[in-house]
Design a binder for this molecule. Structure first.
Ligand code: IMP
Length: 424
């Protein structure tokens, strides 16, 4: 195993948690480098379903070390709840196996309130955020007025630092007609949380680089997907962090020169939650997948919007991330179809284009140019060897790889850890 970055190639929910979990076996450390409680990674192991928001999925492996890096925004109350839930499911969590970067920024209760107030202000242009305070936390970070994990170390100073920020943000909440946060209550909650989190705080930049110097293997677990990237996504319908491969380096303090491999993860079709353009969106596919009980969000429970595979997006994301390989998940979701479409280009104002345009109005005017493949009409979920895939499934995957510009190395054919096939 080499030092590997896992990234989503679509709008998140690509099934990265399962691929990370699969690759964790060959890693020593699993690190998160961006995003926050907006992420929802589902891993099914030994018949138990685990949902992870902030904690790297490596935590499910007792001997692995997990790092929440400097680029992550951490909701201390949410993190404690997640730790409690995992512990109740028998997962061991200690300062030995979960390290939290002292440089990471903190999501406070007022950030969650601001998230909702700002969404309400956007009206019909609402982004459809997860409401987890992500945008306002990163906004405070970039404005250089954020609170960081290191601030949890000193309760007296922490009280002062929370108080003036909460008062400042309460002004906005009040003028937007939203309920203000109770400053004393916030202080009390965070000071109590700080007590419990303090043993986990570390300089994770040093930790990761020392681990690499000792020859340990690090897996960087991406959250969200490339089209939610603040720079490369379908702006402004994006999240507030760099979800693409470069974000793994800035969000962890590990040099790009130490990275050996980038694996992109994509579904065999496309989904998105929240607002924003979606060229290959298709109601029939959405209905089919929802009727199968699939495609409901792990964080918010929202039904995801679904559509055909968009190879225009896939190819561009493979380029931006520099993917060496791709993992295709949820292939079994297409098992029952007579015909399967792939969008190989867009038609914009009568001209065929192969890269996504920069603006929302242009994206909204794009028509998908589809090619149609015959479905394999076979239940794939019990396969144990990629060589046994039906020929029509192989044809679909070969074409997908050709359009994406990267080889398919892993396949997901069901939610369980064992339902992952290696493609030679
Ligand atoms: P935020 O990250 O909560 O600010 O939400 C911004 C956009 O990113 C919204 O469209 C969300 O639905 C989307 N989003 C954020 N996190 C995830 C995720 O983990 N999976 C899928 N979509 C996400």
């Amino acid at each position: 195993m080499s030092n590997t970055i896992i990234v989503g190639l679509q709008w998140g929910d690509e099934g990265k948690g399962k691929i990370v979990d699969y690759l964790t076996e060959r890693s020593d450390v699993v690190a998160r480098a961006q995003g926050g409680s907006n992420a929802g990674h589902t891993v099914i192991s030994g018949g138990t379903k685990y949902i992870l928001h902030l904690i790297p999925s490596g935590i499910l492996w007792p001997e692995k070390k997990c790092v929440i890096g400097n680029g992550v925004v951490i909701d201390p109350l949410g993190l404690l709840k997640e730790m409690e839930k995992l512990r109740s499911q028998g997962v061991h969590i200690s300062p030995e196996n979960l390290l939290i970067s002292e440089h990471a920024h903190l999501t406070m209760p007022y950030h969650c309130s601001l998230d909702k107030a700002r969404e309400a202000r956007r009206g019909v242009n609402a982004i459809g955020t997860t409401g987890r305070g992500i945008g306002p936390t990163y906004a405070d970070k970039i404005e250089r007025q954020g609170l960081r994990v290191t601030d949890l170390r000193d309760p007296d100073k922490l009280t002062h630092e929370i108080t003036w920020r909460a008062a400042l943000h309460n002004q906005e909440l009040e003028s937007a007609g939203f309920e203000k946060v109770n400053v004393e209550e916030v202080v009390a909650q965070i000071v109590a949380a700080a007590e419990l989190l303090r043993p986990h705080i570390a300089n994770t930049v040093v930790y990761l680089n020392e681990a690499l110097a000792e020859g340990k293997m690090v897996l960087f677990e991406g959250a969200q997907g490339s089209y939610l990237d603040i720079d490369h996504g379908t702006y402004p319908f994006v999240t507030s962090s760099n979800t693409t491969a470069g974000g793994a380096c800035t969000g962890s303090g590990v040099s790009p020169r130490k990275i050996d491999k980038v694996i992109g993860v994509a579904k065999a079709y496309t989904t998105r939650v929240g607002g924003g353009p979606f060229v290959t969106e298709n109601e029939a596919i959405s209905d089919m997948l929802h009727n199968m009980g699939r495609e409901y969000g792990a964080t918010t429970g929202r039904a995801r919007r679904c559509g055909w595979l968009d190879a225009v997006l896939l190819n561009y994301a493979v380029m931006v991330n520099g993917c060496d390989e791709i993992a295709i998940t949820n292939l079994d979701g297409l098992d029952g179809l007579d015909e399967i479409k792939i969008c190989r280009a867009y038609l914009l104002d009568g001209k065929e284009i192969n890269h996504p345009p920069a603006t929302i109005p242009e994206l909204e005017r794009c028509e998908p140019v589809y090619e149609t493949h015959q479905g394999w009409k076979q239940d794939l979920s019990g396969l144990t060897n990629a060589a046994d895939l039906p020929p029509l499934a192989k044809t679909y995957l070969n074409r997908l790889a050709e359009l994406a510009g990267a080889r398919v190395s892993l396949l997901g054919i069901g939610p369980a850890r064992e339902q992952t096939l290696v493609v030679d």
